[in-house]
Write a protein that binds this ligand. Sequence first.
Ligand code: B12
Ligand code: SF4
Length: 300
Amino acid sequence: MSIDILLVNPVFLSQNEAERELMSPYFPLGLLYLGAFLRDLGFEVKIFDGTFMHGDQDFIAALEKHNPNIVGITAVKPNRDKVLELAEIAKEYESFVIVGGPDPTYTPATYLDDRSVDLVVHHEGELTLVEVIEAMKNPEHMSSSLVGLPGIAYRDQKGNVVVNPRRNYRLNVDQLPHPARDMVDIEKYLQVWREQNGYASLSISVSRGCPYGCTWCADSVHGQEFHIRSVESVVAEVKSLMQTYNIDRLRVVDDVDGIDAEWIKDWAEVAQREEAVLPFEALYQVERQDIPMLDIRDSL
Ligand code: B12
Ligand code: SF4
């Protein structure tokens, strides 16, 4: 039986010296969001997570096992070559190949210049991917359904790259299902974290978008509208992570963090009340933050 889509993380620690030196692997959160969203809607979806795999043979085994109609690969700039290599393999297995994520959003043509890639999904992926899978279920009308679809880029009949406008509707961040962490080998990630770093940490996203608009990044995946989740939803997710995985820390991996001090205070209050207090780290520059906010963070 074939599945609707195999989502692919093209990062192989075994092939990536820089990542191996760091040894603080993070699972592909974007794919886990897509996986949860598609699964909730009843699609057959699996994730191939290259992180702890040996190499292309494992990817081929996954293609043979799941026989996916679509292979969807996530991409950041340093992984381009690997993404295209996996796309080529997927094509040999007659899958329809989609790439998405920050780099294809930034430069769709770079991927579509390679004939192994059939389609790019740019910007926020959930709704666009659902519409692409639906369109593919009706092959006769597929081309016409895709022509006007926002959030995609494709080659037209003459081979020219067409980039449709981005989707103007953004998902409500509180209605997103929690990332499908069960679709990857989380225990292996935690084991590596404990062995290499002395504690177990998982990443979490509490907001999407960034209001600042630095020129080189303003059209990034989640755009300039800043949406933050409700404190209650974040606390519920953290509590479930503590209970399920017994973690020691969180890593908040948003486009921008810590810009709403009131929200962080509320998080501290609700986390204490619900016994969901956990130290966290974030990606932002400490110099940018006022000291009270760091105090709140440290009190969590
Ligand atoms: C957290 C983060 C990290 C973390 C964790 C990464 C991880 N494995 O989860 C760490 C610190 C490890 C990291 C490392 C790096 N990062 Co980083 N990171 C981010 C950050 C801040 C958030 C990413 C995230 O989790 N977003 C939340 C999820 C939900 O969103 P998402 O992944 O984009 O997925 C959505 C869409 O993109 C789309 N989508 C994604 N994949 C796919 C696939 C398909 C098929 C489809 C249809 C859709 C789709 O749908 C998802 C849901 O809407 C972004 C900033 C940003 N604006 O994106 C930078 C960012 C992705 N990182 C970037 C870079 C450059 C790096 C590094 C190369 C840095 C370095 N020099 O080492 C490494 C590369 C790591 C690797 N080997 O892949 C750049 C990428 C630029 C580019 N053109 O590719 C970004 C955009 C930052 C920036 N503004 O420059 N990063
Ligand atoms: S995410 Fe960072 S680089 Fe991008 S617009 Fe916001 S502040 Fe600027």
